[in-house]
Design a protein around this ligand. Structure first.
Ligand code: TSB
Ligand code: ZN
Length: 684
């Protein structure tokens, strides 16, 4: 080692001149032993990226001396920060950050180290296993294994227990190197076909191959890692699934073991609880249990069938939104879900959105496609007569059914489908009306969310990705104008928003409203989009006050998203226990014995006439079984009645979540229930 001195820049601005070869751990210790103990890895950043470091940018060391190694190092970094082990010797001037639990990158390092601990445990228990790879994921980690015998649930338990031993041994992670050719020989000799593949693919001839060792376990790996296995404090083996080696079904099948790791048991427990909650709410599970929708192989993936109860919820949602729109000046139209390809060539969908469309149908004289969006049809309605400035804004709305060729891997229940009905509208307005129309749409969104009980949402300004030009209409001035208009509208409403590069529509930027699920996964629901492109493509016009022809602007908007996606959200939000106004069956009737069938029929009729949705259970079952079944269906009210109730014209009420509420006259129950429906109460 040379005795050269290097300059290490710390986040507080201090610069340490230290001998080359010093490690981040030594630096951490010299600052404070507590910092050293809390550090997980270190981040090296190029000095060139630091503000006020013009001299360094010019290839000068901070001491003012030209330093060729600094220049090389800065160039080699190419502006990218790099995580290294705390024990990696520093060899050149650098900016250094010690990464502790607070750093968002830290958990990934812990999880990747946990994957090594998993593989070490598997090899200790099942030495015949061959290793694939074991990366961290957003929620944990996995490791791919090849072993002829399947791992059983008991094996997974034993593996988890063995992992705890590896952690308790607190083995240091040691970075080692070996010549590539020798490493390949060793792997080939041992039949490690996956490691042979990875080394061949990710290293080049003559290179030293990087390995990490903990105890007896050694893995081909670039790192970095936590200092020792003891730093993997809270982990869990979660599940196992099959995966073909390199995704090819002709290859051997691997067993992928998933796990997760956190900094503390508390964090882990919270995560596990969230998963339980997510399972409990999962709309795909509840959709089946509550008979809301189904997907049939014979129809096809992503093409859900709405069962009567799910259809009821959807229809209630549709009626609610249609009414809201009518009161806000929208005119509803009906248009077909099919059109000639030429229409989408003209609109630009064919150029920019083609991959998301089902392929065209060749007919004798023309080609037709299923529409992926409703806009062109609405544009043709706008065009169907002359429009004057006095008519603007023209607000055309439709529960428009459209088809998108979503890839099969991303399809999920009702939340991502291939046939969907959007609560769509296109507002044709004068440029000066954009702001007002925008804020009116925002008000509608807020009203609808309040009515539906949605309280957690965030705004995303979705912009194009300038690096991906073919996905977007090429017209910089138009994009800049659209973005400015949206930002101004957002700012004037005082809304906080994040930005999503590459999330725009092909024809313009949008404001998306994002809802998160229990696991924190976000999707776009409502959307408002400013579009200068389609009016141009179709040469749309209106006659201005000046008697001249002008071009309107289009606002595309969806208040509650597609019926599919919004119903999936509502199922999860309420865990299937819908507010009274949305519940597919609002009242379950339980006659105590067959004797009470005629009273049941009378109640059924009265409730239905009052507009309530009722189901009678006339099976020859015990009363308690009937009550349980209604309760499992999360029915808001269960009315039980026998001789006593019949004589008094009353019913005994069991309210969801509250239990037995005693007897009340039937009329009183009806008045109460209707009041709750009327104001869309979420309480019972
Ligand atoms: C608002 N032309 C506009 C419309 O006028 C449009 O179609 N915009 S969109 O492409 O962003 O789609 C509108 C909404 O449909 C999205 O915000 C999203 O909530 C919903 N959506 C999109 N794709 C799917 C899908 N595959 N399954 C369910 N809902 C979807
Ligand atoms: Zn549209």
């Amino acid at each position: 080692m040379s005795t050269k001195t290097i300059a290490v820049h710390l986040p507080d601005g201090a610069v340490r001149e230290i001998p080359a070869g010093t490690t981040p751990l030594e630096i951490a210790n010299s600052i404070s032993p507590r910092l050293a103990a809390a550090s997980i890895v270190a981040r090296l950043l190029p000095i060139a990226a630091m503000p006020d470091q013009a001299s360094v940018r010019d290839g000068q060391s901070p001491s003012g001396q030209p330093d060729s190694e600094t220049r090389m190092y800065a160039a080699g970094q190419a502006g990218a920060p790099r995580l290294v082990d705390l024990t990696t010797p520093l060899t050149a001037d650098t900016r250094l950050e010690l990464v502790t639990e607070k750093d968002p990158d830290a958990i990934k390092v812990v999880r990747h180290s946990a994957a090594h601990v998993l593989a070490a445990a598997v090899l200790e228990l099942f030495p015949e296993t061959k290793l694939g790879h074991g990366p961290a994921t957003d929620t944990g980690f996995f490791y791919d294994f090849y072993r002829e015998k399947r791992f059983t649930p008991e094996d997974l338990e034993a593996i988890e227990a063995k992992m705890a031993e590896v952690v308790a041994r607190d083995e240091p992670f040691i970075h080692e190197f070996a010549p590539r050719e020798k490493s390949l020989e060793d792997f080939e000799r041992d039949g490690d076909f996956m490691k042979t593949h990875f080394v061949t693919r990710f290293t080049s001839a003559g290179e030293q191959v990087s390995f990490y060792r903990n105890g007896k376990f050694v893995d081909f790996c670039r790192g970095p890692h936590v200092p020792s296995t003891g730093r993997v404090k809270a982990f869990r083996v979660m599940s196992i699934s099959g995966a073909y080696w390199l995704g090819d079904e002709k290859n051997p099948q691997l067993q992928r073991i998933y796990g997760t790791a956190f900094f503390s048991k508390k964090d882990l427990d919270e995560y596990l609880e969230r998963i339980e909650d997510a399972k409990r709410r999962d709309h795909r599970r509840l959709g089946k249990e509550l008979e809301l929708f189904t997907v049939s192989e014979e129809v096809g993936a992503g093409l859900p069938l709405w069962l009567p109860k799910g259809a009821t919820i959807r229809r209630l949602l549709e009626e609610y939104i249609l009414d809201l729109e009518r009161k806000d000046g929208y005119e509803h139209v009906y248009t077909p879900a099919l059109a000639k390809v030429d229409l989408y060539v003209r609109s630009g969908h064919w150029t920019h959105y083609h991959e998301d469309m089902f392929p065209p149908m060749d007919l004798e004289t023309e080609q037709m496609v299923l529409r992926p969006m409703n806009c062109p049809h609405h544009i043709l309605i706008y065009e169907s007569k002359l429009r004057s400035y006095r008519d603007l804004p023209v607000k055309l709305a439709e529960l428009g059914t459209m088809y998108r060729y979503e890839r099969s891997g991303v399809l999920s229940g009702l939340s991502r489908v291939r046939c969907m009905t959007l609560n769509d509208a296109h507002i044709f307005c004068a440029p000066g009306q954009i702001k007002e129309e925008f804020s009116k749409v925002m008000k509608l969104v807020e009203r609808a969310y309040r009515a539906l009980g949605i309280t957690q949402y965030s705004y995303r300004l979705s912009l194009r990705d300038p690096a991906n030009k073919e996905k977007y209409v090429d017209n910089d001035a138009m994009w800049e104008l659209g973005e400015r208009v949206l930002r101004e509208a957002l700012d004037s409403l005082g809304l906080k928003y994040c930005e999503g590069r590459g999330e725009a529509a092909f024809y313009g930027p949008k404001l998306d409203i994002q809802l998160g699920d229990v696991m924190g996964h976000e999707e776009t629901y409502s959307t408002i989009q400013v579009d200068f492109h389609l009016p141009n493509q179709f040469g749309l016009e209106y006659t201005g006050a000046d008697g001249k022809q002008h071009r309107p602007v289009m606002i595309h908007r969806a208040i509650v998203s597609t019926m599919e996606r919004m119903v999936s959200y509502l199922i999860e939000l309420y865990a299937g226990a819908f507010p009274l106004w949305l519940a597919p069956v609002q009242v379950g009737l339980v006659p105590i014995s067959e004797r009470h069938a005629s009273y049941a029929a009378k109640i059924d009729k009265e409730l239905k006439q009052a507009g309530l949705r009722v189901e009678v259970d006339l099976r020859n079952e015990k009363m308690n079984a009937k009550i349980r079944d209604f309760a499992n269906q999360k029915t808001p009210y269960i009315l039980v009645f026998g001789d006593k109730e019949e004589a008094a014209g009353s019913v005994s009420i069991r309210t969801r979540g509250k239990g037995d509420q005693g007897s009340v006259p039937l009329q009183e129950f009806i008045v109460r229930a209707l009041a709750l429906v009327g104001n869309r109460s979420t309480a019972l």
